[in-house]
Write a protein that binds this ligand. Structure first.
Ligand code: SF4
Length: 303
């Protein structure tokens, strides 16, 4: 069943047809644990902060039907983002249930909310499928990281990383990507910093451009159907997150499935109440963050 969309969903302001992605398989399912966070970073693409409930906190009963449906659809990975997932009371119970079905990845800021519950993770060490963690280290510069995340949080994030790594969990880092950066140089600087912090220098680094706060209107070129055929191939289109993943969230006391992790501020990307229904929807590239996927290959996924 195709949902009713605005003209903007289908056409760029020039009238040209919008680029779109046709999902092919549910390889990864993301859960948004809610926009509540222990930090309140001004750049947060989710607008998360303490007590925020734009997206509501998930309970185990909310996610169980989606874990079951995803299992039927042969999902390969569950991933969790927020807000700060460790603020969600049911997180450990949810991870226990999800890791019975597939490997799990949890995105965290690595600070107090994680560290207070670090011992609770011990029961996940021998889960049927591994649970891994990605910690945000925005910049190699302590002052720059702390300017966004609050004083002392650079050190706290590394402490969280070390605690996870020492417990035997696979860890990776998320970092900010500047438009004019020399990526190999920045990656080498991060590797040196990781080593200095007592961690393996070859940890996976996932870099993100500035996605702007929710509801922003960025001045980026429209991605048209012609862009998607001229500059992308069938194979590269299959690598867009909305082609192989979806995100489940709770809003207005209803569980909904969105096209990907980057578009939950636009209700047109609400693709329905079930994963099967969502996977049938063609996804328009009208959101300004779609340009980052087109231009930089931005992706939250590690598969
Ligand atoms: S932002 Fe989401 S919907 Fe847009 S192209 Fe990227 S993965 Fe697809």
């Amino acid at each position: 069943m195709e949902l009713i969309r605005s003209r903007d969903w289908y056409s760029a302001p020039t009238g040209e047809p919008r680029g779109y992605i046709r999902p092919h398989a549910l390889r990864e399912l993301w859960f948004h644990t809610g926009t509540a966070c222990n930090l309140s970073c001004p750049f947060c693409l989710e607008g998360s902060k303490p007590g925020d409930d734009r997206l509501q906190m998930l309970r185990l009963a909310d996610v169980e039907p989606f874990i079951d449906e995803a299992q039927e659809m042969r999902v390969e990975q569950f991933s969790f983002t927020g807000g700060e997932p460790f603020v969600a009371r049911d997180l450990i119970r949810i991870l226990k249930r999800a890791s019975e079905v597939a490997p799990c990845l949890v995105l965290t800021n690595g600070t107090d909310a994680l560290q207070r519950r670090i011992h609770q993770l011990d029961e996940l060490r021998n889960a049927p499928h591994p649970v891994s963690f990605r910690v945000s280290i925005d910049s190699i510069d302590r002052a720059e990281h702390d300017a966004g995340r609050g004083e002392g949080n650079f050190e706290r994030a590394f402490e969280g990383l070390r605690l996870l790594h020492a417990r035997g969990f696979h860890v990776s880092i998320a970092r900010h990507m500047k438009a004019d950066e020399d990526t190999p140089v920045v990656a080498a600087q991060y590797a040196a910093l990781l080593k200095e912090q007592g961690l393996p220098e070859d940890l996976k680094q996932v870099a993100f451009p500035d996605f702007l706060p929710p509801g922003s209107h960025a001045d980026v070129p429209a991605v048209t159907t012609q862009c998607m055929t001229r500059y992308q191939s069938e194979e590269s289109r299959r690598n867009f997150m909305c082609a192989f993943s979806k995100m489940v969230l709770k809003q207005n006391n209803r569980m909904r499935v969105y096209a990907c992790t980057l578009v939950d501020d636009d209700p047109e990307y609400d693709l329905g109440a079930t994963l099967r229904q969502a996977m049938e929807q063609q996804v328009s590239m009208k959101h300004h963050r779609c340009f980052s996927c087109f231009r930089y290959g931005s992706s939250c996924s590690e598969i």
